[in-house]
Write a protein that binds this ligand. Structure first.
Ligand SMILES: NC(=O)c1ccc[n+]([C@@H]2O[C@H](COP(=O)([O-])OP(=O)(O)OC[C@H]3O[C@@H](n4cnc5c(N)ncnc54)[C@H](OP(=O)(O)O)[C@@H]3O)[C@@H](O)[C@H]2O)c1
Length: 314
């Protein structure tokens, strides 16, 4: 039987998500990798329960978190059911649809058909009546943005999601999406862009727009999938993300000066007496318009180190 730490809400700060009434922990946990059927279920469970014990109330999923697609939601649903069912009202659970999920013309993109059927599937996998945030995972140029936003509005009105979010939308599309959602009476709660010391694209107008509109911003891959830690300084260690089959972390996708930058940041971290991962997290949180930093972790030790970053503001 799991009993949560009674002191959990004194351990972490919560930031207001834009101008909404929702607060998110400064660090949230993402289940993209390390929570699939290929991973050790007990280890995944320990990470989730450690997060909750640390005051992390927000868990981020998507229909195709993996491998195989859907398994992170299924495993999370099992943990929710077995350990956290008494705490549903203390949790912000998000899911998304937009990338490849099932075969045929309706299992990818951002159509109304795909988003709403995918949301039903996600709820079943997690044994939930509703998710807190339902995201359009990406802007899809093949679908009118009105159709996608209409699907988010329906998800909220049907009670299957409490809030609507968008992810990976470039600033001009985020602007259109937010305006449509506002006109429908379902405001955009949050945007989820990639943002880290190695990927600063959101500084080209997106963060300004979100700040001005009062839309929250949760930054994903703040450690650049592990690049902003010391783990790859001397090659690719066994068991790391870069060593996985079909890895999503390919060094050739980063500019040639990446390792020089990482060494420079590592030196700065050392001067401050913190780890590179901690520097990278506190750096993202230096901007008050960032609601939360969405980290991944393959062990409790990593998550512990990452949470410790909150004691060392940038
Ligand atoms: N909306 C989107 O399109 C999108 C895309 C990507 C991610 N996301 C969300 O963002 C979440 C986080 O993404 P991410 O997993 O790429 O984030 P990340 O925090 O940049 O990378 C996490 C990985 O870095 C390594 N790591 C973490 N802490 C460490 C530490 N203290 N020391 C050493 N290594 C450490 C681990 O990899 P090892 O396995 O090598 O140990 C871990 O799995 C996802 O789970 C998902 O919820 C959203």
């Amino acid at each position: 039987m799991y009993t949560p730490d009674k002191a959990r809400y004194g351990k972490i700060n919560y930031r207001k998500c834009g101008k909404s009434g929702i607060k998110l922990p400064e660090i949230s946990l993402g289940l993209w990798q390390n929570f699939g059927d290929v991973d050790d279920f007990q280890k995944s469970r320990e990470i989730i329960l450690y997060a909750f014990d640390s005051g992390i109330t927000h868990f981020d999923l998507a229909n195709n978190y993996e491998p195989p697609f859907g398994s992170a939601e299924r495993n999370f649903g099992r943990i929710l059911h077995n350990d956290l069912s008494d705490y549903r009202d203390e949790l912000i659970i998000s899911t998304k649809a937009g990338y490849n999920m099932w075969e045929g013309p309706y299992g990818n993109g951002s159509s109304r058909k795909y988003l709403l059927s995918s949301l039903d599937q996600s709820l079943k996998r997690m044994h939930l009546d509703y998710v807190d945030i339902f995201y359009s995972h990406r802007y899809d140029p093949e679908t009118p943005i009105e159709e996608t936003m209409g699907a988010l509005d329906t998800a909220v009105r049907s009670g299957k999601a409490l809030y609507a979010g968008i992810s990976n939308y470039p600033v001009e599309k985020a602007r259109e999406a937010a305006a449509i959602l506002k006109s429908l009476g379902t405001p955009c709660l949050i945007h989820q862009p990639k943002y880290s010391m190695l990927w600063r694209e959101p500084e080209n107008g997106l963060i300004d727009f979100l700040g001005d509109e009062g839309i929250g911003c949760i930054a994903f891959s703040p450690l650049a999938q592990g690049m902003l830690t010391n783990k790859y300084a001397a090659g690719i260690p066994q068991g790391s993300r870069a060593a996985r089959d079909n890895t999503t972390l390919r060094f050739e996708n980063f500019p040639p000066d990446t390792f020089d930058k990482i060494r420079e940041y590592a030196t700065e971290a050392e001067k401050r007496g913190i780890s590179l991962a901690q520097l990278a997290i506190s750096w993202v949180l230096r901007d008050a318009r960032i609601t939360s930093v969405l980290v991944g972790a393959s062990s409790v030790a990593q998550l512990k180190e990452n949470i410790e970053a909150l004691n060392h503001p940038y």
